[in-house]
Design a protein around this ligand. Structure first.
Ligand code: AGP
Length: 597
């Protein structure tokens, strides 16, 4: 959740760290801090957004330092609880992502030994543990300290008078950036892309010694680990707003390209079995959280239709604690970040239960890629806005490709039928572009939602989860209470809540076999005086007769319609949030990657 950066080299460390923190701010933003070695450790940290820390930052010169943006998990946002933390004598400074589960017991012990604490955080115990174990070799002290910790961490620490950074990781992402006479450590590659695209990923249980000349990785056993570097193809520019007012809007407008990129190589996946060469499983379980869970629900419809295979969908946070039946489905885990704690735990649980696992993620080298048997990468590029948009659409594309792959391999789809489905998928970038070309219509239409306290989203069949996703997007960034419903469920309870103050967003597509039922449901809500904003096909003449406003999408095959309908829903959420003056890219209480349970 939080962002970590460490620098050692020839540049002014504070400049590098501030630049990196600006790029990391989307990961956590309730406080920020920095320590520069010069040769004392000079610390500055502040509650609030990074700008506040930067505004009050004095000039600190030095070539080694660490920085942090925080998303509070233990101890409320405050100056005291902001990272970095110093040991009792101001000799060691540390930043941390993750959660230390046994910190209370460790803190009590350390306090009894004379260590003085200044915060309510779990993190502070780590720096005191390192201090306790420090006999003149910081790397060894860090190794001894993390051996006592229960929980998860990515840490970076520096010490007075030394040019080295020591880092360690367990179940939290950490990447090393390699430069010439300078090196970096960060929680996310976007932090360091302005300086280098040569990286090495740190694995669980490893510790690293970073100097300007080299990075040395040590395995859990203390042995040196050889690892070749990788080149990241994202540019620093890719992670910028590119002229759009918000990352979210930029990322929505990147969707045609993201879908196109994710379709590259689809034929190899489908025809040559590049993914799932062996389809010897009788059922599929898809597991995910949040938006990725909604993609999983759409995937169930696609897989059951194209592959005629039974599919169940489960929330990762529920699956990991479920009793587990005697079954061996293919378990598909979806996580755009590849770092969601619940999804990673579910992946481990699925393996423990003896299931084959397939991960769908957008981040190369992310933790999930090491937890699953096979990986399908979406190619959405970096997504900075907290609200998932283009990564969601590429997750849908991945699931359609996998459904066609399994349908073809199980001979439910003939070669011609497989090509037919693939060509429908290949039409998606164009269809999405035509929705984006009419974004102004959406901007004008949302006025009926802006003042609302509650909004209902209704759909049927494969667009039922689409509407759940639409509702999630609205509540996430506009703070309006929004609920998605299967339209057939309205009369079983939710209808009681409808009146003229509760607008309803509904989807009814002429080609869909549930069209008539949706028209009836829309009439039902209109009869309760609820204003209706409908999403319908370009050729639909009946929908305007029951809805107050209609937003049009291209008449694609209903199976693939979630792709185009979702774009309208994302734009609705964006423009409502914009008109309500909300912080769109950094909604309150949320973080981009949820690395805690
Ligand atoms: C999406 O807009 C949300 N920010 C959130 O629901 C997210 O989808 C969820 O936390 C799962 O993230 P993941 O795909 O990175 O695992």
């Amino acid at each position: 959740m939080c962002g970590i950066i460490g620098y050692t080299g020839q540049r002014e460390a504070s400049e590098v760290i501030l630049e990196a923190l600006r790029r990391l701010e989307y990961r956590g933003y309730d406080s920020a801090g920095i320590v520069i070695m010069n040769p004392e450790l000079t610390l500055h940290k502040r509650k609030g957004e990074l700008a506040e820390m930067q505004r009050t930052l004095p000039q600190i010169n030095g070539h080694v330092g660490i920085g942090h943006t925080r998303w509070a998990t233990c101890g409320k946002p405050s100056n005291e609880n902001a990272h970095p933390f110093l040991d009792c004598h101001g000799r060691i400074a540390l930043v941390h992502n993750g959660i230390i589960e046994n910190y209370m017991a460790l803190k009590e012990k350390l306090q009894n030994e004379g260590h003085v604490f200044t915060s309510q955080t779990d993190t502070e115990v780590i720096v005191h543990l390192i201090e306790k174990h420090d006999k003149g070799d910081l790397h060894q002290a860090v190794r001894a300290a993390v051996a006592e910790i229960k929980g998860t961490y990515a840490i970076a620490c520096i010490e007075k008078g030394s040019g080295q950074i020591i880092a360690a990781r367990k179940e939290n992402p950490l990447v090393l950036g390699l430069g010439i006479d300078e090196n970096f450590v960060a929680s996310d590659v976007t932090a360091i892309l302005s300086y280098t695209n040569r990286v090495k990923y740190v694995m669980d249980g490893e510790t690293v010694v970073i100097t300007p000349e080299k990075v040395t990785i040590y395995g859990p056993d203390g042995e040196m680990v050889e690892r070749s570097s990788q080149t990241v193809t994202w540019s620093a520019e890719d992670a910028q707003k590119g002229g759009f007012p918000h990352f979210m809007l930029k990322e929505i407008f990147e969707e045609p390209q993201a879908i196109h990129n994710s379709l590259l190589g689809a034929l190899d996946v489908i025809e040559n079995g590049e993914i799932l060469p062996n389809v010897q499983f009788g059922s599929i379980k898809i597991i995910a959280c949040g938006t990725s869970y909604h993609a999983a629900m759409v995937g169930k419809y696609a897989l059951e239709e194209l592959a005629k295979i039974p599919v169940t969908v489960e929330l990762a946070s529920e699956y990991r604690y479920s009793p587990g039946a005697k079954e061996f489905p293919l378990v598909v885990l979806i996580s755009q970040s590849g770092e969601t704690a619940d999804t990673l735990a579910a992946a481990r649980e699925a393996k423990r239960r003896g299931c084959k696992t397939l991960g769908i993620t957008n981040v190369i080298g992310s933790t999930i890629t090491r937890e699953v048997d096979e990986v399908f990468y979406t190619r959405a590029g970096p997504e900075i806005g907290v609200a998932a948009t283009k990564t969601y659409l590429t997750q849908l594309i991945a699931l359609y490709i996998i459904a066609i792959r399994i349908g073809y391999a199980r001979r439910n789809l003939s070669h011609d039928a497989m090509w037919n489905e693939l060509s429908k998928l290949r039409a998606m970038p164009g269809a999405v572009q035509s929705v984006l070309d009419k974004a102004f219509d959406v901007e004008a239409a949302v006025d009926m939602l802006v003042p609302a306290r509650d909004v209902f989203y209704i759909g049927r069949n494969i667009n039922y989860p689409t509407m759940l996703e639409g509702a999630l997007k609205l509540k996430e960034i506009s703070y309006i209470h929004a609920e998605g419903f299967a339209a057939g469920e309205l009369k079983h309870g939710p209808l009681a809540l409808l009146d003229s103050t509760t607008p309803v967003v509904a989807v009814a597509l002429t080609k869909d076999h549930t069209y008539d039922k949706m028209m009836a449901n829309i009439s039902e809500v209109a009869a309760r005086d609820s204003p209706v904003l409908a999403i319908g096909c370009e050729d639909d003449k009946e929908l305007p007769q029951v809805a107050d406003l209609v937003l049009r999408v291209p008449c694609v095959d209903p199976l693939y319609s979630p792709v185009v309908v979702t774009v309208v829903l994302q734009l609705i959420a964006y423009y409502v949030a914009l008109k309500r003056g909300c912080s769109i890219d950094k909604p309150k209480n949320l973080a981009k990657s949820v690395t805690v349970e």
